[in-house]
Design a binder for this molecule. Structure first.
Ligand SMILES: [Zn+2]
Ligand SMILES: [Zn+2]
Length: 344
């Protein structure tokens, strides 16, 4: 086990140019795809095997991404079929092109049951305006009235707007299973908190960590109207401690965002510490009752712009739910429907 306490190293600081691949370990290619948001890219990894390629995560769906993937299939992946499409978790930047790729290549989706169910359920659940449940969730979180009014009147960010339809039928990934690909044996370990049932795949020298363990940024631990009382922070902390046991010195981590790194145990230590420190600051700030939307300053210690407001609010609810379910804070309904949280 990697004891942590070391330093992180980044052996591939420069991502491959758009549409090109970079070999980061024997038979493991890194492809970077653009995203139309503040976090402007997602990493995809391509595993070479005699029987065909394994594509790990797929980017968001758009016409432009169809062109990019058509070029990748006809370029670096030409000459061999695609054997499988592995999805680490159900977020649109990871599953967006999976349905299109299955249509183009005939490959099956491999995912955890929850990731597949969430992805398929959410693609079938488009709405022209936010649902009553979503409005109630934002109201309870204390979203600023002008923002809430603007959201009520606009088409929400529908999952199906950035995810190609997910086909029926998938191959289930579950804790402890082993998959032989390209001369490596990959063992599946499941994490939670960033997304329910997030798969990570561990080989001796390389680990596909998805968004469970990110360098440079911390995984968003957002709570959404699908499960308003979720303790995402508790789920994530439990996962980090459990995954620590699998980290080996020298393993190259291949994350969903930013660049590959070494030092998985060290990174887990840093992330766990940062969340505990943020929870302490938040608990301290709750000597004065606050809504979730009032908690940005103690939690993030920086200004939150409009482009990240939704994610910041979702994560603030995650931290509050955690303190609440640990018995450290209480909540009361304000007259306008927002929860006011305060230290016990
Ligand atoms: Zn994600
Ligand atoms: Zn992601």
């Amino acid at each position: 086990m990697d004891a942590g306490g070391g330093v992180l190293t980044f052996p591939f600081p420069d991502p491959p140019p758009a549409g090109r691949v970079l070999e980061v370990a024997p038979g493991v290619l890194w492809l970077r795809l653009p995203l139309p948001m503040k976090l402007n890219h997602v990493n995809v990894f391509l595993l070479d095997d005699a029987e065909g390629w394994t594509i790990v995560d797929t980017g968001m769906h758009s016409r432009r991404m169809e062109t990019v993937w058509a070029e990748v299939l006809a370029g670096p992946l030409a000459g061999k079929p695609v054997a499988r499409i592995v999805l680490t978790h159900h977020h649109p930047d990871h599953v967006g092109m999976a349905g299109w790729l299955t249509r183009e290549t005939g490959a099956k989706i491999w995912a955890t049951r929850t990731a597949w169910l969430f992805a398929r359920m959410l693609t079938l659940d488009g709405h022209p305006r936010p649902t009553a449940a979503a409005v109630a969730f934002y109201t309870a979180a204390g979203m600023a009235p002008d923002l809430l009014e603007a959201r009520r009147a606009a088409r929400p960010m529908n999952f199906c707007d950035s995810v190609y339809p997910i086909p029926l039928g998938f191959h289930r990934l579950q804790e402890g299973m082993e998959i032989a690909i390209g001369g490596r044996l990959w063992r599946v370990h499941i994490g939670h908190g960033h997304a329910p049932e997030h798969a990570t795949l561990w080989a001796d020298d390389v680990v596909l960590v998805g968004d469970q363990i990110l360098p440079g940024i911390s995984s968003n631990l957002g709570v959404y109207p699908t499960e308003p009382e979720a303790d995402t922070v508790g789920d994530w902390l439990e996962s980090c401690l459990r995954l620590q046991a699998h980290a080996q010195p020298g393993q190259l981590a291949l994350p969903g965002h930013n660049t590959p790194f070494r030092g998985i145990a060290t990174r887990l230590d840093q992330l766990i510490d940062n969340h505990h420190t943020a929870l302490t600051r938040l608990l301290d700030a709750l000597r004065v009752p606050r809504t979730a939307a009032d908690c940005f300053e103690p939690l993030y210690r920086r200004r939150i712009g409009s482009g990240e407001y939704g994610l910041a609010l979702a994560e603030a609810v995650g931290h509050l739910n955690h303190l609440h379910q640990a018995g450290k804070i209480a909540r009361t309904r304000r007259e306008d429907g927002a929860w006011l949280w305060s230290r016990n």
